[in-house]
Write a protein that binds this ligand. Structure first.
Ligand code: BDR
Ligand code: CA
Length: 315
């Protein structure tokens, strides 16, 4: 039976790849809704990108709803230097998407979808946690309908400040609220996402699949590789957000450590830093499963299989 998920995202190259993998014909995940949030770019641009990606996937059946325009307490800040001015630079996409977002707000859609589902739903969050925190603030009892919150964010080191990762840094207050929710949380931070680098060799493998979706992913990864080279001197773009859905499909790809995680939100120097008690020094109640290792060859194998399925069935 398929696992029901809601994808809360800010596409974004790696968000787009997460959507493509989760929405593949042979996926064990069932996307009930896509919701967008300000992050990599404005929520308008991220929404446009989500709609265009779903169109490319041939998944116009999945509804997209617009979420928060800015973090809970801060002004918005974007990652144009990593994802470009459109938020999804690289492939040529329509200026006006063929698909349209729903008239409903993301937070309301998340609440309604959770309540209507016959089984608990996993919230997959691959952008700042503003929408998810707002859901929890608005309806604290909603946690009973949530299977897990599976996020890309944080890590034991940073990419936006020396100690803070972008998604957590954008809205640390929201992240703190999520980590205090009592829901099962699976965390894919930079410790593992920086191991799954789409290098020339990896991209070459996807190029050999020869279907339009794999070609689209190749274009995304080529752009991502170039900005990661310029800004981080890395030899490939990390497929960060895709780790969330790959884990939900095949949990054994990752080693998870049950631990206590808290979010710093008061310090100027370390705002948005994830404090991960891997050595159990605080003895505080464990509130998250943090990914400490990843089986890299198996990740590429699974990704290859998912992308190849597009040529066979949908698109
Ligand atoms: C995260 O930040 C965004 O730029 C990516 O889409 C990913 O979600 C990586 O730090
Ligand atoms: Ca993202």
């Amino acid at each position: 039976m398929s696992k029901k998920i809601i994808m809360d995202c800010d596409p974004g190259h790696d968000d787009a790849i997460a959507l493509i993998l989760a929405g593949a014909q042979n996926s064990s995940l069932d996307i009930l809704a896509v919701t967008t949030v300000a992050g990599n770019q404005s929520v308008e641009k991220n929404t446009k990108n989500a709609l265009n990606v779903l169109e490319v996937m041939g998944r116009g059946d999945i509804n997209v709803s617009v979420g928060a325009t800015r973090p809970l307490l801060k002004p918005a800040s974007f990652a144009s230097e990593i994802h470009g001015d459109s938020g999804l630079d690289g492939p040529k996409l329509p200026e006006v998407p063929a698909l349209k977002p729903t008239q409903k707000q993301a937070v309301d859609v998340i609440i309604e979808t959770l309540k209507q589902s016959e089984e608990p739903v996993t919230l997959v969050a691959t952008g700042p946690l503003t929408n998810i925190a707002t859901v929890l603030i608005k309806e604290p009892n909603i946690t009973q309908y949530i299977d897990s919150i599976t996020i890309m964010g944080g890590g034991t080191f940073g990419n936006w400040t020396p100690t803070a990762e972008f998604n957590i840094w954008v809205d640390a207050e929201a992240a703190k609220r999520v980590f205090e929710s009592g829901v099962r949380i699976n965390v894919f931070g930079l410790d593992v996402t920086h191991q799954v680098l789409a290098t020339d060799q990896v991209i070459g493998g996807f190029r050999e699949i020869h279907n339009p979706i794999a070609d689209f992913v190749v274009e995304l990864l080529e752009f991502f590789k170039s900005t990661y080279k310029t800004h981080f001197n890395m030899d490939g773009g990390p497929i960060h957000d895709a780790c969330t859905v790959l884990y939900l499909m095949e949990p054994e790809l990752f080693t998870m450590q049950h631990t206590h995680i808290d979010i710093e939100h008061q310090s100027l120097l370390t705002y948005g830093t994830m404090s991960i008690d891997l050595n159990d020094v605080t003895n505080k109640e464990k509130n998250a499963f943090f990914a400490t290792a990843v089986n890299v060859p198996k990740v590429w194998k699974l990704m290859n299989k998912m992308l190849a399925s597009y040529g066979k069935n949908n698109s």
